[in-house]
Ligand binder design. Structure first.
Ligand code: IMP
Length: 430
C-alpha cells in the first residue's frame, strides 16, 4: 500500500499522532491536508515529549520529508514558534525536510478577533479553539483570503491586506465599537514572516506528484475527526475543513487515483471538546473517571479544555466507515477502559419509535436520540504492558472482536498507552 490516509473516526483526539509516528518510518513523506493549529498532539519518546500543532510529527524521523498542504490554514507566528520549539529540542528541521504550500491560507489577527466576537456575543457559539481557523476558511471561500505565497511579494500583500482591513475595520468600528486595526504594523509583521518562511514556501502539489512518479510513499495525516468535518460532521458544531479522507486529495493536489487505503483511528470510548451533540456522553462521576484515568488525561492538547467523555458509539462509527471507506482500524486507549467495572457500547439509536443504525444527516434528531447499549464485563486490570493480542484479558478480547463483528472491519492495531512501544500489532498496516 504505497499511499495511505489516516483519519479520525469520531470527534478528533483519537490518538492519530501516535499512529502516524508509528507508521512514518515506512513512508517517505508525511502530509497534513486540512485544519490548522487548532489540532494538537504529543508524541512521547522515552521521557521526552514533543508537541505538534501544524507540523506533521513525521519530522521526528530522520530522512523523512513533511508537507503542510494547500488545504491547511497557517498562522505564521505559530508555525515559526513550532519550528523553533522543535529545534530547541534537538529535532533536525529546515527547508530540506519541511515544505509549506504557497497556496495555504494565512491566518491574520482579524480572523481571531471576528471569531472571538462570534463566540462571545453568542452569535452561533460552537466552542471553537479560537485560533481564527473558521474565519480564515470563510475568507478563503469568499475569495478574499491571503495565501502563504502572497507573503513573498510585498506589493501583493499590501494590496490584499489594505482591501481586507478596509472591510474588517468598518465592521469593528461601526458595528462593534472597537478600535480599528492599523495597516502598517500588521503589514510589516507579515512581510517579516514571509521573509523568515520564504525558504519553506513551495509548490507542494508538484513536489508530491513528482515524488509519486519516483515511487515514493506518502502518508496523509488527517487532523480533527470525521464528526468535525464541515460536510459530514455534526454541522454547525464542526471545524471548517474536510477532515475526512476526501479532503486529502483536495488539500494536497494528489489525485484520488493515487490513494490506496484509508486507515481509521477510533478511541475505545468517545470524547469531544466544545459544544454540540454527543448522544453517548456520560455526565457526572463516571465521565470524570474516564477523563482522568491513565497517564494522560482527556484535556484538549491545544486549549487545555476538559474533553467531554462518553461510551463508544457504533452509530457514529458506521457513518465514518462509509464516508472514508475504512476497512482497517486502529483502536486506541483500550487501557483506559481497564479503570471501569462495566463497559457499554452504543449499537443503535432509537428516535420516534424508529431504530437508527447509521448516524443520520438530520440535525433535528441529534439531541433527541436515545442510545441503545450493549453491556460488557470490564477487565479491571492494567493492560499497558501487554504487546501480544492473545495475552489480553478475555473480556478485552471480547470487546475488540464484538466491535469488529458489528462494524465489519478489522482492528489491525491496538494502542494501550501513550508511548510509541505501547501497542499491540495484529496485522501490519504498511
Ligand atoms: P475550530 O476548529 O477551532 O473552528 O473549532 C471547531 C470545533 O472543532 C470545536 O468544537 C473544537 O473544539 C473542535 N476541534 C478543533 N480542532 C480539534 C482537535 O484537534 N481535536 C478535537 N476537537 C477539535
Amino acid at each position: 500500500m504505497p499511499n495511505i490516509v489516516v483519519v479520525g473516526t469520531q470527534w478528533g483526539d483519537e490518538g492519530k499522532g501516535k499512529i502516524i509516528d508509528i507508521l512514518a518510518p515506512y513512508f517517505d513523506f508525511v502530509v497534513r491536508y486540512q485544519g490548522g493549529n487548532n489540532a494538537g498532539h504529543t508524541v512521547m519518546i522515552g521521557t521526552k515529549e514533543f508537541t505538534f500543532h501544524l507540523i506533521p510529527s513525521g519530522i521526528l524521523h530522520p530522512g523523512k520529508e513533511v508537507v503542510i498542504g494547500n488545504g491547511v490554514v497557517v498562522d505564521p507566528e505559530a508555525l515559526i514558534q513550532e519550528i523553533q520549539d522543535l529545534r530547541n529540542k534537538g529535532v533536525d528541521i529546515g527547508p530540506h525536510n519541511l515544505h509549506v504550500s504557497k497556496s495555504a491560507h494565512v491566518i491574520f489577527p482579524y480572523h481571531k478577533i471576528s471569531e472571538k466576537i462570534r463566540e462571545e456575543e453568542s452569535i452561533g457559539r460552537i466552542g471553537s479553539t479560537r485560533r481564527g481557523i473558521g474565519p480564515c476558511y470563510v475568507d478563503k471561500n469568499a475569495r478574499v483570503g491571503i495565501r502563504m505565497g502572497d507573503l513573498l511579494y510585498p506589493e501583493v500583500l499590501k494590496e490584499k491586506l489594505r482591501r481586507n482591513l478596509k472591510e474588517i475595520n468598518l465592521i469593528l468600528t461601526k458595528i462593534h465599537s472597537l478600535p480599528p486595526l492599523e495597516f502598517k504594523p500588521l503589514f510589516e509583521k507579515y512581510k517579516e514572516y514571509g521573509r523568515i518562511l520564504a525558504p519553506y514556501l513551495k509548490d507542494t502539489f508538484l513536489i508530491l506528484n513528482r515524488a509519486i512518479e519516483r515511487g515514493k510513499r506518502i502518508l496523509f495525516e488527517g487532523a480533527q475527526g470525521t464528526m468535525l468535518d464541515v460536510d459530514f460532521g455534526t454541522y454547525p458544531y464542526v471545524t471548517s475543513s474536510n477532515a475526512t479522507a476526501g479532503g486529502a486529495s483536495i488539500g494536497t493536489g494528489i489525485s484520488p487515483i493515487h490513494i490506496d487505503e484509508v486507515i481509521g483511528v477510533m478511541k475505545a470510548y468517545t470524547t469531544r471538546v466544545g459544544e454540540g451533540p454527543f448522544p453517548t456522553e456520560i455526565k457526572g462521576e463516571l465521565g470524570d473517571k474516564l477523563r482522568n484515568a491513565g497517564p494522560i488525561g482527556e484535556y484538549g492538547r491545544s486549549t487545555g479544555r476538559p474533553r467531554r467523555c462518553g461510551w463508544l458509539d457504533l452509530v457514529v462509527l458506521r457513518r465514518s466507515i462509509l464516508v472514508n471507506g475504512i476497512k482497517r482500524m486502529v483502536l486506541t486507549r483500550l487501557d483506559i477502559l481497564g479503570y471501569v467495572k462495566k463497559v457499554k457500547v452504543c449499537i443503535s439509536y432509537r428516535w420516534k419509535g424508529k431504530e437508527i443504525e447509521v448516524f443520520p444527516d438530520d440535525y433535528a434528531c441529534w439531541n433527541e436520540v436515545e442510545p441503545v447499549y450493549e453491556e460488557f464485563e470490564g477487565w479491571s486490570e492494567d493492560i499497558s504492558k501487554i504487546r501480544d493480542y492473545h495475552s489480553l484479558p478475555a473480556p478485552a478480547k471480547r470487546y475488540v472482536e464484538r466491535i469488529e463483528e458489528m462494524l465489519n472491519i478489522k482492528i489491525a492495531m491496538i494502542s494501550v498507552g501513550p508511548r510509541r512501544e505501547e501497542v499491540i500489532i495484529r496485522e501490519k498496516l504498511w
